[in-house]
Write a protein that binds this ligand. Structure first.
Ligand code: TYM
Length: 334
């Protein structure tokens, strides 16, 4: 059985991009492989944030993942900071990575641009190394992620290969598993279709939160940026020249499991496309919200899932860490 690992940050409101680019695929995988899914709370510390929000966000995210369909009988769900091996292996990998390759990470460049690189937290710079540790600890074969994580996955592979050639075979070299182009790999902001939909987006209007109510979803979809022409053949799937409408078409195609070209062929004007899209999104998120409310009313049961998930994760992670310690010449206490 192949080993699958993926993670999601607990900060900011989870959105449609997270669901369609990643979580939906996690759910589909959970009975195909031996899957480890992680709420990566340590990663959230790389940018400023409020401790109470992080604490609540971690439980909220775990609850939401269960509500969306992760089954703790079928997969291992846990919180990153509950398994100390993540930060322990990260140090070994920091001593494997070079400053130059971390400097080339586009997410570091983007996220440090606002406040300036000088003021950015050192953890934001080494973030991809912690991510590599997350993955490599579990002898992971496959990592289901959205397209924005492609470069981090390449780095993870490079670090695994470099470590293996320096110290002997220690890590499995993982593959990224990204949805096919136009099928959820890169959901764009509804107000700015050149930017990906993101938790940290400046305008909440461009991001559909998984907790949004039907009215809010309808409003956001209705106001989504399309293009100036609204003639009889306004709906065409052509991301390069019609990014706004193409994003809406991709969204509907992804939810319906169809090809974007086929979906576009069903419509002529924006209004009908938007009405069907809003309806499809509401039908997708409403059952998740209902399940969330019921699970959130008994937080003890989510805690229990996370506790047993951490125990299982710990066992696997500790064995890999011991191999890596041994390989580099560290001695483990007996
Ligand atoms: P995060 O928390 O930003 O996002 C979680 C997952 O959602 C995907 N995603 C998207 N997919 C399509 N369109 C979008 N607009 C969109 N926005 C987000 C992301 O690609 C991701 O799969 N660094 C990671 C978390 C992480 C991780 C890991 C992932 C830490 N360690 C190990 C995999 C393996 C992140 O910040 O994801």
């Amino acid at each position: 059985m192949s080993r699958v690992f993926s993670g999601i940050q607990p900060t900011g409101e989870p959105h449609l991009g997270n669901l369609l680019g990643a979580v939906r695929w996690w759910i589909a995988d959970q009975r195909q492989g031996d899957c480890f899914y992680c709420v990566v709370d340590l990663h959230a510390l790389t940018i400023p944030g409020d401790p109470a929000e992080l604490r609540n966000g971690t439980l909220t995210m775990a609850t939401l993942l269960l509500a969306a369909g992760l089954d703790p009988e079928a997969c291992t769900l846990f919180v990153q900071s509950h398994v100390p091996a993540h930060t322990q292996l990260a140090w070994l990998l920091e001593c494997t990575a070079s400053v130059g390759e971390l400097r080339r990470m586009t997410q570091f460049k983007d996220k440090s641009a606002r406040g300036g690189e000088e003021a950015a937290r050192a953890g934001l710079f080494t973030y991809p190394v912690l991510m590599a540790a997350d993955i490599l600890l579990y002898d992971t074969d496959r990592v289901p992620v959205g397209d924005d994580q492609r470069q981090h996955l390449e780095l993870t592979r490079d670090l695994a290969q470099r470590f293996n050639s320096r110290y002997g075979e220690t890590f499995v070299v993982p593959e990224a598993s990204i949805p096919p182009a136009g099928r959820g790999d890169r959901i764009m902001d509804l107000q700015d279709p050149d930017k990906k939909m993101s938790k940290s987006s400046e305008s909440a209007q461009g991001t559909i939160g998984l907790f949004d109510d039907p009215k809010t979803i309808e409003r956001k979809v209705k106001r989504a940026v399309t293009d100036a022409d609204d003639g009889p053949d306004a709906v065409r799937y052509h991301p390069a020249t019609k990014p706004g409408v193409s994003n809406l078409v991709e969204l509907l195609a992804t939810i319906q499991g169809r090809r974007p070209e086929d979906v576009a062929a069903d419509y002529t004007r924006y209004g009908a496309l938007k009405a069907d899209l809003a309806e499809a999104i509401i039908a997708l998120v409403e059952p998740i919200q209902v399940a969330y409310r019921s699970l959130a009313s008994e937080p003890g049961s989510v805690d229990a899932v996370l506790r047993s998930g951490a125990k299982r994760a710990e066992g696997v992670a500790r064995a890999t860490l011991a191999r890596a310690y041994e390989a580099v010449g560290l001695t483990l206490p007996t």
